[in-house]
Design a binder for this molecule. Structure first.
Ligand code: SF4
Length: 162
């Protein structure tokens, strides 16, 4: 019974993800294309963009994140309610990309946990769609109890999040 409930909730969540775009540079433009008629993210139930963290459950980080911006990104993540997921779109969000410099964060996973990384500089909209599909897969298969598990708590604690 618990497993069936997990599956039903997973199915509902998976097909109604509300993304919060945190786009800072070129990768953000690719994300705009992903929302357009050709690629049409709405086909996957994620057309409802939110620009308030409290109403979104997938944080899409697209672009270069300066170290000065890292606390803001972290604050946005903290304001999202559980369950929440994070996609790092492109080389900059995933690893700092070509900007191996004193001012650029060398990957957003230094400040928040990341569920899916999308490769590319920039990734094509197909790559971004694949990232969304990967998150959907995670959401669908996630146990309702995962967020209360010791492993998840340990993961958050490793980022200094209670
Ligand atoms: S990964 Fe490439 S395209 Fe994306 S923000 Fe960085 S430099 Fe721009």
């Amino acid at each position: 019974m618990a497993t069936s409930l997990d599956k039903i909730v997973g199915l509902a969540r998976k097909n109604s993800l509300w993304p919060l775009p945190f786009a800072t540079s070129c990768c953000g433009i690719e994300f705009m294309a992903t929302m357009g008629a050709n690629y049409d993210l709405a086909r996957f139930g994620s057309e409802r963009m939110g620009f308030t963290p409290r109403q979104c459950d997938v944080l899409l980080v697209a672009g270069t994140i300066a170290k000065k911006m890292a606390p803001i990104l972290r604050q946005v993540y903290l304001q999202m309610a559980e369950p929440r997921w994070v996609i790092a779109i492109g080389a900059c969000a995933s690893s700092g990309g070509i900007f191996d410099s004193y001012s650029v964060l060398q990957g957003i996973d230094q400040v928040i946990p990341v569920d899916v990384y999308v490769a590319g500089c920039p990734p094509r909209p197909e790559g971004i769609l694949e990232g969304i599909l990967k998150v959907q897969e995670l959401v669908h298969n996630e146990s309702l109890r995962r967020r209360n598990s010791p492993q998840y708590k340990a993961l958050l604690e490793s980022y200094g999040i209670q």
